[in-house]
Design a protein around this ligand. Structure first.
Ligand code: B12
Length: 445
């Protein structure tokens, strides 16, 4: 995450016509609003474009545009950037385009305000009272094959290739459709096949010539839940804090928090929590730099896209080994890649930032537990992005009832309790949880 001052300095230096901000994970969303307010404070007059996987038109209209009195436009995909930029820079088109966008964003804000009133949440207390019943009848939590952490320094890349989920690869190249059907698609099939061929050739080199190193750290720790939203690791003196759904549920459906999937202390059972960090980004920067030095953007994007696919495949493959041998609670599991992609296995591996655990700051706890910076060379930035970028981190839960869910929006009562648990001020907690707050917070000036 590039600091606002640095972005604005570069914009001044290059005398730019437009500034564009890109955001992959939610901490960027807050930073973008800050950049907009800095542009306002410094009296900039150029347009601001917003894009990236975690951004949206609603967020741009509601949270970013109000901070800057000049045009702020969300651009859904890069291919539309040229049209938008042309309109914004054209004397003939600019006024109409800006007026149209402003009207559209105002409508988005009005619609959202109306929707907000419908999105009634229950109190934190009521949500807690509606937590799921997780059964331990006749079940002893399975002990893992080792306790503490284990490092995989040079995991064989060959093992990762069959676990690649190719559909997101085509998304990276803006080709819509799922693999393998996309290869035969009447519209994008030919482009997809060419891309696929190039990808296979490069992947082959990555594996054979060891362009990248795959490293991981896995840990298993004795754990119990406190019966609320925290998972306590008594031997490490650490608590992992999770967040509970607060939406109103019908049909007897429960309000989940990840902590529900670990046996509570009063059950008297010894339960476990698993954790991991994987990366396939070691060696990537050098390859990217070499391609960029020869202006080979295509190969540079290709190698990054493949490293990302391998990172995801590594998380998948490691989870498989965890289920079958390292934790070993499903030693007889035999699933093909499609079944794995569809998550037809026992247990889950939610990652901080994904819908079941939206708080990115829990990565700090995870990294400390695994000593991940030292053990695998993955670093957390101030905004909790991981570097190298081709990295995935998360927790393992073994219970057969453990499932993925979205926390959704939460109320102030839970944020207050959470801030206290984490030893954060309310303003800090609200900043990290901004995308999931069901109320408008007062932004500190
Ligand atoms: C690929 C991917 C990864 C890869 C690669 C990440 C990387 N190195 O960039 C891997 C597997 C490593 C990964 C890891 C993680 N990911 Co991820 N990942 C994705 C995924 C599937 C696709 C993102 C992507 O690259 N798309 C392709 C590119 C080309 O599209 P794009 O970014 O949207 O950009 C396009 C447009 O938006 C536009 N654009 C982008 N920027 C700009 C800027 C301007 C000015 C303009 C005009 C246009 C523009 O142009 C692009 C081309 O059209 C998304 C889900 C999704 N479907 O979007 C999740 C997603 C981004 N990941 C997510 C998360 C949480 C993570 C992790 C934190 C999980 C974890 N704990 O391990 C890590 C973080 C990694 C890190 N380094 O910190 C979340 C983020 C949400 C959040 N709450 O923060 C997402 C949205 C998934 C989700 N639904 O929860 N991830």
């Amino acid at each position: 995450m590039v600091p606002a001052a640095k972005i604005l300095e570069a914009a001044r230096q290059h005398n730019v016509d437009i500034i564009g901000l890109s955001g992959l994970i939610t901490p960027s969303l807050e930073e973008m609003a800050f950049v907009a307010s800095e542009m306002e404070r410094e009296g900039w007059t150029i347009p601001l474009l917003i894009g990236g996987a975690t951004t949206s038109k609603v967020h741009t209209a509601v949270k970013i545009a109000p901070n800057y009195s000049q045009p702020v436009v969300h651009v859904l995909d890069a291919s539309r950037a040229v049209g938008v930029a042309s309109s914004l820079l054209s004397d003939g088109l600019k006024d109409a385009f800006v007026a149209e966008t402003a009207a559209e964003y105002e409508a988005v804000r009005v619609a959202r305000a109306a929707r907000q009133q419908d999105m009634k949440r229950q109190t934190f207390e009521a949500a807690r009272a509606n937590k799921p019943t997780i059964s331990y009848e006749g079940i002893t939590p399975p002990a893992p094959s080792f306790e503490g952490v284990r490092v995989f320094d040079d995991f064989p890349l060959e093992e990762l290739v069959p676990r690649i989920d190719w559909t997101p690869f085509f998304q990276t190249w803006e080709l819509a459709g799922s693999y393998p059907a996309i290869l035969e698609d009447p519209v994008v099939g030919e482009a997809a096949r060419n891309l696929w061929k190039d990808a296979q050739a490069m992947l082959d080199k990555i594996v054979r010539e060891k362009w990248l190193a795959a490293r991981a750290v896995v840990g298993f720790f004795k754990a119990h839940s406190n019966g609320k939203e925290s998972i306590i690791l008594p031997e490490q003196g650490v608590a992992v804090h999770t967040i509970r759904q607060q939406m109103v549920k019908n049909d007897g459906r429960p309000n989940y928090a990840l902590a529900d999937f670990v046996a509570p202390k009063d059950s008297g059972l010894t339960d476990w929590l698993g954790a991991f960090v994987v990366t396939t980004g070691i060696g990537l920067d050098e390859r990217v730099a070499a391609f960029e030095a020869t202006h080979d953007d295509y190969s540079s994007i290709m190698v990054k896209a493949l490293a990302d696919r391998l990172a995801e495949a590594f998380a998948e493959r490691l989870h498989e080994r965890v289920r079958r041998e390292l934790w070993g609670y499903a030693p007889n599991e035999h699933l093909d890649n499609q079944a794995i992609i569809k998550e037809q296995y026992q247990g889950i591996r939610p990652a901080p930032g994904y819908p079941a655990c939206p708080d990115h700051t829990e990565k700090r706890t995870l990294f400390n537990l695994l000593d991940a910076e030292k053990n695998v060379g993955v670093h957390l930035t101030e905004s909790f992005a991981m570097l190298p970028a081709s990295a995935v981190s998360g927790f393992y839960f073994w219970h057969p009832q453990a499932q993925y869910f979205g926390v959704g929006k939460i109320e102030k009562d839970q944020v207050e309790a959470y801030a206290e648990l984490k030893g954060m001020s309310m303003a800090t907690a609200e900043r990290w949880l901004a995308p999931i707050l069901n109320y408008d917070r007062i932004r500190p000036s």
